[in-house]
Write a protein that binds this ligand. Structure first.
Ligand code: UD1
Ligand code: CA
Length: 452
């Protein structure tokens, strides 16, 4: 099978400099969703018809398996498919998809292709309560499709028909080449209609069959921001449904956003308003609190992430306790049973099993051993304004509150750093290291009083 994706429309109603088919659903361009579907069908060739301003589309999504056909000017859907014909091979069938119909499902398309069976013209149709604006499917007394009439060309009686053309179809390439070479533009819109090939198929004795999608939402197109938002919600609702079918507990399936791939083990629980981006893996028994943003992360079994935490490019072991208000940045690797508390930021650091940084700390470019306690207000000074340096904290270290570790620096195994220490040299193992002005008290000192 070969696939033609029509994506030449400008999308003026989006009121955006970004071409319509690059507008995102679940963080990914609409056209990329359609390309995914085409690839899942193992299409032999995928040809994207693009138009004015479409170079950006091509630059953004070009790949070795894609052919690009420019349509300029845009004279209608029939004219658009014609531009792709030089890329298509007679003897094969072509599937026509739309860059602005992003939720089209692979099982539906497989049924459509099966119905075409290499020789028929197969149309994807839906029956709507309010068919206004769509091309109507006209049938004879025997129920056989005779042609499609566009809304603007239809008589009042034809407009009563509720079965409409979704635009998606499969047809033999050789037939398309023949029919599209003969269509005209003598109609209400002065366009070359792809839909005119249906009447031609009937005249040529090519059987026309219809197939309905698994869900009508698969065939919805996007022309405006409200429609984009509507499809985003439908898509997210579908993802939430799949997660729940797999056994994930979602406190509210209407309040989760997955912009990428979310893979969950058993008994995972996700509270409201969480956003997952890129590839995220949650192992068995993970619980995610409300309002967390998690991007490209692997979370070990039984780990609990409390509300308002922000996790990015992080690997966490099992049984960790994170947040609320924790932030882990790229390059964070946490072992087992690590505790990262409120207003703690970790970046490009490895923290081994059973270590804790529970309050208000910055750990950047550090290697932290096991059973280390990082006191409140502790900061690794990893940056001298020009270069970054590492801090090494060995096993069983206790770091008192409000300590600055000026990297590069090493704290030996079992060492204790007194609160308020500014560590500029390595701290030996098993000793107390403290850098602090001696405390004094001044007897008889009087507080100043305000002059009258
Ligand atoms: C088309 C169908 C109509 C169907 C409806 C479903 C035709 C003649 N009509 O009508 O039967 O019910 O879709 O939404 O096919 N495009 C191009 N180049 C062009 C014209 C269009 O690439 O020259 C692309 C558009 O970007 C869009 C798609 O084709 O993605 C459909 O075009 P549009 O003008 O929206 O067709 P409709 O008039 O809605
Ligand atoms: Ca349309």
């Amino acid at each position: 099978m070969e696939v033609v994706i029509l994506a030449a429309g400008q999308g003026k109603r989006m009121r955006s400099v970004l071409p319509k088919v690059l507008q995102p659903i679940a963080g990914k361009p609409m056209l990329a969703h359609v390309l995914d579907a085409a690839r899942a069908l193992a299409a032999r060739r995928i040809c994207v018809v693009y138009g004015h301003g479409g170079e950006v589309v091509r630059e953004r999504l070009d790949a070795a398996d894609l052919a690009w056909a420019r349509q300029e000017p845009q004279l209608g859907t029939g004219h658009a498919v014609q531009q792709a014909l030089p890329h298509l091979t007679d003897g094969d069938v072509a599937l026509v998809l739309y860059g602005d119909v992003p939720l089209i499902g692979v099982p539906t398309l497989q049924r459509l292709a099966a119905a075409a069976a290499g020789e028929r013209l197969a149309l994807l149709t839906v029956t709507l309560d309010h068919p206004t604006g769509y091309g109507r499917i006209l049938r004879d007394a025997g129920g056989r499709v005779t042609r499609i009439v566009e809304e603007k060309d239809a008589s009042d009686a034809e407009r009563q028909v509720r079965e409409v053309n979704t635009g998606i179809l499969v047809a033999p390439v050789a037939c398309l080449r023949d029919w599209l070479g003969r269509i005209g533009n003598d109609n209400a819109q002065g366009e070359y209609y792809l839909t005119d090939i249906i009447g031609m198929a009937v005249a040529a004795g090519v059987e026309v069959v219809t197939v309905q999608p698994d869900a009508v939402s698969e065939t919805l197109g996007v022309n405006s921001k409200p429609q984009l938002a509507e499809l985003e919600r439908i898509h997210q609702r579908n993802i939430a449904q799949r997660l729940m079918d797999d056994g994930v507990t979602l406190i509210d399936p209407a309040r989760i956003d997955v912009r990428g791939e979310l893979v969950c083990g058993r008994d995972v629980e996700i509270d409201v308003n969480c956003v997952f981006e890129g590839r995220v893996e949650l192992a068995d028994g993970v619980r995610i609190g409300a309002n967390c943003v998690i991007r490209d992360a692997r979370i070990g079994s039984g780990t609990r992430i409390a509300p308002f935490s922000h996790i990015e490019q992080t690997v966490m072991g099992p049984a960790c306790v994170i947040g609320p208000y924790a932030r882990t940045r790229p390059g964070t690797e946490l072992g087992e049973d690590v505790h990262i508390g409120n207003f703690v930021e970790i970046k490009n650091s490895i923290i081994a099993d059973h270590s804790k940084a529970n309050h208000l700390a910055y750990v950047g470019d550090a290697d932290v051993g096991q059973r280390v306690n990082v006191g409140a207000g502790t900061i690794t000074c990893n940056y001298d304004g020009a270069n970054k340096f590492r801090t090494v904290i060995e096993d069983d270290v206790f770091i008192g509150s409000d300590t600055q570790l000026v990297a590069p620096v090493r704290v030996g195994r079992g060492a204790t750093l007194g609160a308020g220490t500014t560590l500029t040299k390595d701290a030996p193992a098993d000793q107390l290291t403290v850098s602090r002005a001696k405390q004094i008290s001044i007897a008889g000192w009087k507080r100043p009083v305000k002059k009258r």
